[in-house]
Design a protein around this ligand. Structure first.
Ligand SMILES: NC(=O)c1ccc[n+]([C@@H]2O[C@H](COP(=O)([O-])OP(=O)(O)OC[C@H]3O[C@@H](n4cnc5c(N)ncnc54)[C@H](OP(=O)(O)O)[C@@H]3O)[C@@H](O)[C@H]2O)c1
Length: 308
């Protein structure tokens, strides 16, 4: 699935990509979909373009960023992986039959984990894991946006009592994943409780609205955002950072670039069954646009995945 210009995605035939010394070629079995794929496809907010994704057109013409598949070829300096290994991780251009990825951004897929489950993990679960490590154990937490890609991992990974905020349609799912309480925001916004930690995955509420649900020394962890402007799209986060030195509560913004160590840690949790990705729908590669639209509409219960 190719985006040669921003905003336009189409199915096209391209040569199999060449492998550099520190890369491997992967035959893609499944590729996770998340809002990042949409922002990189449309190039909005424009900050995306300044972050190295390409100013006037995408540097990487193939869409997608998360992968699970089989190693087909290894570069000269690759030591940890060999042809035939089953892997998952981060690789720009994963909405394709073949993709190249840095050896350092891949981990072995546990044999008891499906391709779809493994492809659901890279961006969303590492973001959740980083959030949970920032929060620390034993805290009473509120997860805002609990029924989506990142939220369904947060509910499982947070080490303490979780109250999940989601629409009524996702209440059963988040309860099954371990949430002690559920607040349906369509009826009760964020509810009435106070929390040591709030993970804001949805990203559409004013910082002060979220702070009112925090304990006096609580931590607000900003993971997601609803870009309002076309240019920067992180105005709310910047305002929060300016506010931080003047308040007792702590506001932390996380922008996560995953590491192999995190993939390995998550792989261990997948293997022993203490982490189970909540899979929503799978889509064929030809329906990637529909898959992205499904996620961006907030309809996915957990993760949507492209399968090949
Ligand atoms: N910081 C990072 O490095 C990083 C990494 C990955 C993703 N992200 C960002 O994190 C955000 C979420 O990603 P995701 O993959 O979890 O997306 P997602 O699957 O679309 O989940 C977002 C969830 O928010 C819920 N929601 C919608 N309106 C809401 C409201 N008013 N209050 C509470 N929840 C509401 C949606 O479902 P319901 O309305 O049905 O409840 C949906 O489940 C995106 O902005 C993404 O770009 C950031």
């Amino acid at each position: 699935m190719v985006h040669r210009t921003y905003g336009h995605l189409e199915l096209a035939e391209l040569p199999v990509p060449a492998v550099k010394d520190d890369e491997v070629l992967i035959r893609v079995k499944a590729a996770g979909v998340d809002p990042g794929a949409y922002y990189r496809m449309v190039g909005i907010p424009y900050l995306v373009r300044f972050m190295g994704f390409g100013f006037s057109r995408p540097n990487q013409p193939v869409a997608g960023g998360d992968v699970a598949g089989v190693v087909e070829k290894v570069g000269a300096k690759v030591t940890r992986l060999k042809v035939g290994d089953e892997v998952f991780g981060a690789s720009e251009g994963s909405f394709a039959e073949f993709v190249v990825a840095k050896e350092g951004l891949l981990a072995h897929k546990p044999p008891n984990v499906s391709w779809e489950q493994a492809a659901a993990v890279p961006t969303s679960a590492t973001t959740a894991l980083r959030g949970v490590k920032t929060a620390g154990p034993g805290k009473k937490a509120l997860v805002v946006g609990a029924g989506g890609g990142v939220g369904t991992f947060l509910v499982q990974l947070h080490e303490g009592e979780v109250t999940a905020v989601c629409s009524g349609a996702k209440a059963d799912l988040v309860r099954k994943l371990g949430a002690a309480h559920v607040v349906d925001y369509t009826k009760d916004d964020l509810g009435t409780g106070r929390y040591d930690v709030i993970y804001d995955v949805y990203g559409g509420r004013d910082i002060n609205v979220l702070r009112r649900r925090l304990t006096p020394n609580g931590k607000l962890i900003l993971l997601g955002g609803k870009p309002k402007g076309k240019v920067i799209g992180i105005g709310r986060t910047l305002r929060a950072m300016l506010l931080n030195p003047f308040i007792r509560q702590q506001i932390v913004m996380l922008f996560v670039f995953p590491t192999t160590r995190e993939f390995e840690e998550l792989g261990e949790r997948l293997a022993d069954g203490t982490l189970v990705p909540a899979l929503d729908r799978t889509f064929p590669l030809s329906e990637t646009k529909e898959a992205i639209a499904h996620v961006m509409a907030g309809r996915a219960k957990g993760k949507s995945v492209i399968t090949l």
